[in-house]
Design a protein around this ligand. Structure first.
Ligand SMILES: Cc1ncc(COP(=O)(O)O)c(C=O)c1O
Length: 484
C-alpha cells in the first residue's frame, strides 16, 4: 500500500462532538443519580465476565457505540466513593471541576516534563498553590505533582537518603549504598505502608526503619525517638530520617511537629511529613493548632486526590531545599537538551518520571472552582461531621470509640456485652464487608494496636448527619445479622 492509499481518518469532528455531548450527559446523569443508588454492590457474574473476558476487537467501533458501552457496562458498577455515604479507606468523591478538566487535559495530551507550554507553567502554579494552602515554604521548583503519595514519598526519601549519604562522604548516585553504614529512619506503628515500601525500594532496608512508641493519642513519642536515635548513633549507624504524620490512615492522628522538628534540627535528621490524607486539615481553624510546626519539615507528601477531591491520580511532593531534589534526580540526556525548559529545567529532573501526565489542569480547576474559602469550608464540615460521629458512637452502648477524633477519621468497634476479646475481634473483622454488601453505606476496617476496628473517613462535605446515623444503624444491623 502506498502512503496515498492509506485510509482517510474516519474520525470526523462532528462524530467527536456528538459523542462528547453524549458523554457529558452520561456523566452528568451518573453524578446526579449517585446519592440515590446503592453505595456499592458486588458485580454479578455476567457483568463481571463481560469486562474480564472482553475479546480483543478485530475492527473498530464508532465512538457513539463506545459511549453506550461505558453507560451500560462500566458506570453502573462504581467503587462507591462518589456517594456521600461512602466512608471507606481515603477515597473522595470527584470534584466536578476536576472531572471536566480531565477531558480538556487529555485532549491536549502533553508530556508535562518541561518546556514552554501551558501545562508546565500551570503545574508550577498549582504546586505553589498547594504549598500555600497547607502553609509549607515553597522555593521555586520545590515540588512536583506525582501519581500519589506513594510516589511522592519515594521522591522525598530519595532526596533525604542522598543528603545523608553525602554528609557521610558518600555519593549514592555514583557508588550505590554498599559499604555505607546503614542509614536509619524512624516511624511509628501507624506510619503508612508506603514509607516502608519506599525504604525497601531505595535500598535502605525495612530492618533499618525503627518503630518509635506513640502516646495514648496515637502521636509519636519524642522521648522514645530521642532514645532510639542515640542508641543507633552509639552503635555506629547513621540516623537520617524521621517520618511524622499529618493524619494517620488508621485514626487521623497528627503528630506534634514542633518538638519533632526541634529534635531533627538538633540531630541533623531529615523530617518528612506524610500528609497524604490529612495535610489539608490545617485549613480548618478548629484543628489548625494540631499542625503547628508542619512548615519546618524538610519534605511533605500529600494527596490532592484525597481530601481536595481532585480526580485520581494526583499526589504532590514538596521539598524545602530544591537543590536536594534536583541533585537527586537530575539527568538530562542530550536528546532532551532544551533551552525552553528555563532555569528550573525539566520536572523530570526532580522526580522519577520522564513523560508525565497533565495533572495540573484538574488541580487548577478544583481549587479555582472552590477557592481557598470554599475548600476550607468543606474541610471544616468534614471534621465537624467526624466529631459528631464520634459523639454518636460514644452515646451508643453497643459501640466503642477507639481513638480521639483529631481530624476526620473515626475509629470505633462494635462491642456488645458478653463477648470476649477474641470474639469481638472476629466480629469486627467480618463487619465491614457485611456492611458494604448491604449497599446502604460503605465503611472499611483495620487493626489498631492489635484490635480489629472499623474506621469511617469523612471526606465528603455533602454527607449529612442523617447519613452518620444510617452508618451506625447499618453497623448495628449487620453485626446482629452476623451474630443473631
Ligand atoms: C496516610 C497515608 N499515607 C500514604 C498513603 C498512600 O497514598 P497513595 O495511595 O496516594 O499512594 C495513603 C493512602 O491512603 C495514606 O492514607
Amino acid at each position: 500500500m502506498s502512503t496515498e492509499d492509506f485510509p482517510a481518518e474516519d474520525l470526523r469532528t462532528e462524530d467527536f462532538r456528538a459523542a462528547a455531548h453524549a458523554t457529558a450527559d452520561l456523566v452528568s446523569d451518573y453524578l446526579a443519580e449517585l446519592p440515590a443508588r446503592p453505595v456499592w454492590q458486588p458485580m454479578d457474574d455476567t457483568a463481571r465476565r463481560a469486562l474480564l473476558d472482553a475479546p480483543l476487537p478485530a475492527d473498530g467501533r464508532p465512538l457513539a457505540e463506545l459511549v453506550d458501552t461505558i453507560g451500560r457496562d462500566v458506570l453502573p458498577h462504581p467503587m462507591g466513593n462518589g456517594n456521600p455515604r461512602f466512608f471507606g479507606w481515603v477515597n473522595s468523591a470527584p470534584a466536578p471541576a476536576g472531572v471536566l478538566a480531565t477531558l480538556a487535559a487529555s485532549a491536549m495530551n502533553p508530556s508535562s516534563a518541561g518546556g514552554d507550554h501551558a501545562d508546565v507553567h500551570l503545574e508550577r502554579a498549582v504546586v505553589r498553590w498547594i504549598a500555600e494552602l497547607v502553609g509549607f515554604p515553597h522555593p521555586a521548583g520545590g515540588g512536583l505533582l506525582t501519581s500519589g503519595t506513594s510516589m511522592a514519598t519515594i521522591v522525598c526519601l530519595a532526596a533525604a537518603r542522598n543528603r545523608a549519604a553525602r554528609r557521610a562522604g558518600w555519593d549514592v548516585r555514583e557508588d550505590g549504598l554498599a559499604g555505607l553504614p546503614p542509614l536509619v529512619g524512624y516511624v511509628t506503628g501507624e506510619t503508612h505502608s508506603c514509607v516502608r515500601k519506599a525504604a525497601e525500594l531505595l535500598g535502605l532496608g525495612s530492618r533499618h526503619l525503627r518503630t518509635v512508641a506513640t502516646g495514648p493519642d496515637g502521636r509519636l513519642d519524642t522521648a522514645d525517638l530521642r532514645a532510639a536515635v542515640e542508641r543507633d548513633r552509639a552503635a555506629g549507624l547513621l540516623p537520617f530520617l524521621v517520618v511524622a504524620s499529618a493524619g494517620t490512615v488508621g485514626t487521623g492522628a497528627v503528630d506534634a511537629f514542633g518538638p519533632i522538628a526541634d529534635l531533627c534540627a538538633e540531630q541533623r535528621l531529615w523530617l518528612h511529613v506524610d500528609g497524604a490524607y490529612g495535610a489539608f486539615g490545617v485549613l480548618d481553624p478548629a484543628i489548625a493548632h494540631r499542625y503547628a510546626g508542619l512548615e519546618r519539615a524538610d519534605s511533605l507528601a500529600l494527596d490532592p486526590h484525597k481530601w481536595l477531591g481532585v480526580p485520581v491520580d494526583c499526589g504532590c511532593a514538596l521539598v524545602r531545599d530544591t537543590e536536594e531534589l534536583r541533585g537527586t534526580f537530575s539527568l538530562v540526556p542530550s536528546y532532551l537538551r532544551d533551552e525552553a525548559a528555563g532555569a528550573l529545567g525539566w520536572f523530570s529532573e526532580y522526580g522519577t518520571e520522564q513523560t508525565r501526565p497533565f495533572r495540573a489542569l484538574k488541580v487548577w480547576a478544583t481549587i479555582a472552582h472552590r477557592g481557598r474559602a470554599g475548600i476550607a469550608r468543606d474541610i471544616a464540615r468534614c471534621t465537624a461531621l467526624a466529631r459528631r460521629l464520634g459523639e454518636l458512637v460514644e452515646a451508643d452502648p453497643e459501640l466503642e470509640l477507639l481513638a480521639e477524633v483529631q481530624t476526620s477519621i473515626v475509629a470505633f468497634r462494635f462491642r456488645p456485652a458478653g463477648l470476649d476479646e477474641t470474639a469481638l475481634d472476629a466480629l469486627n473483622r467480618e463487619l465491614p464487608v457485611a456492611v458494604q454488601r448491604r449497599g446502604r453505606v460503605f465503611v472499611t476496617g483495620a487493626r489498631l494496636d492489635g484490635t480489629e476496628m472499623l474506621r469511617a473517613c469523612l471526606l465528603n462535605a455533602a454527607t449529612t448527619e442523617a447519613d452518620l446515623e444510617l452508618l451506625l444503624t447499618e453497623v448495628g444491623a449487620a453485626a446482629h445479622a452476623l451474630r443473631p
